[in-house]
Ligand binder design. Sequence first.
Ligand code: ADP
Ligand code: MG
Length: 372
Amino acid sequence: MAGTGRYIGLMSGTSLDGVDGVAAEFSGDTPRILAHADLPLPADLRAELLALNTPGHDEIGRMSRAAQALADLYAEVVGRLLSHTGLTAADFRAIGAHGQTVRHRPDLGYTVQLNAPARLAERTGIAVVADLRSRDIAAGGQGAPLVPAFHAAVFGTDRPQAVVNLGGIANITLLSPSGVIGYDTGPANLLLDLWCHRHTGRSYDEDGRYAASGQVQDALLSELIASEPWLAEPPPKSTGRDLFNAPWLDRRLADWETRHGPVGAADVQATLLALTAETVAREIRRQMPDCQAAWICGGGARNPVLMSALGAALPCPVAPTDQAGIPAQQMEALAFAWLAHRHVQGEAGNLPAVTGAAGPRILGAYYPGQVR
Ligand SMILES: Nc1ncnc2c1ncn2[C@@H]1O[C@H](COP(=O)(O)OP(=O)(O)O)[C@@H](O)[C@H]1O
Ligand SMILES: [Mg+2]
């Protein structure tokens, strides 16, 4: 359908690094990016959101307060987008606001993204489309990944190509004339960030330098892959911090070191980077052996060591999505702007073949903007 309009997308993913915002104008499904803005999560909010991923005391009160703080940060990103574009609230149809995932259990029928959409609508004067995953889960789907439908709209399906999003978790979209597949493949930056922070004090491994200082431990890599049954499950599937977290890694490393002796911290970093590259690449090799190009987005696209590990593990050219016209850091936020657009148009945002839902569904709940 050929609706047009300006939308904002806001994404804060499992890496817990910050909020990415994109303002875009859509003509049908075709976006034109107007502006990008990002803000880091303040350390205290980041720590609280991370803590809320695990059961704890006074969760309801804490999650409500964290959601408000997050909405205020979202509103600040929106303010920057308005000033970058020189536009006003009235120029935008809606904001697609992902919220912060603190639980993702499609197997139990729920997913929880902390968000305060009424507060965001109140602060910005722009309508908000939020809670974009629940409807797909209610229809029997994974509620994730939601970006493949947008990848298909942007890249088309006339030749076999992959889009790989390297956020906290990695997800792939496989586009081809025979259809679209997409699912989470396993951990990406969340384990890299965790290990780097623990051993260097830095929140992430800038340009992969720490990983590059270590050696990939092939036997450990094989064991990490073999010991996690989720990695061998067929799609549709999605995951998050519920599975891949510090205890997941610590249990496996402790078990390994009991049998084989200590592993150097930089070697673990190198091995975790290889784990990301290999769990992504083996799915593309298996599902799409004739893949002609792998387009990489998300923060991992800025890690040259990870990019070259992917290049080595895949038989096709590997390049950041910037080279296809959409900056790697803006792809996910842009996808949520598109999902808001689809909601407003009354069109489905999910791909049942990807999420496993019973059918196409209009995603999200609408919080109106200002009275006109
Ligand atoms: N220059 C860089 N070198 C290595 N890693 C980077 C770089 N820039 C960003 N990253 C990684 O990207 C992550 C953020 O990616 P992002 O796509 O925002 O993930 P999410 O969607 O989970 O928030 C950071 O936590 C960091 O691990
Ligand atoms: Mg992020």
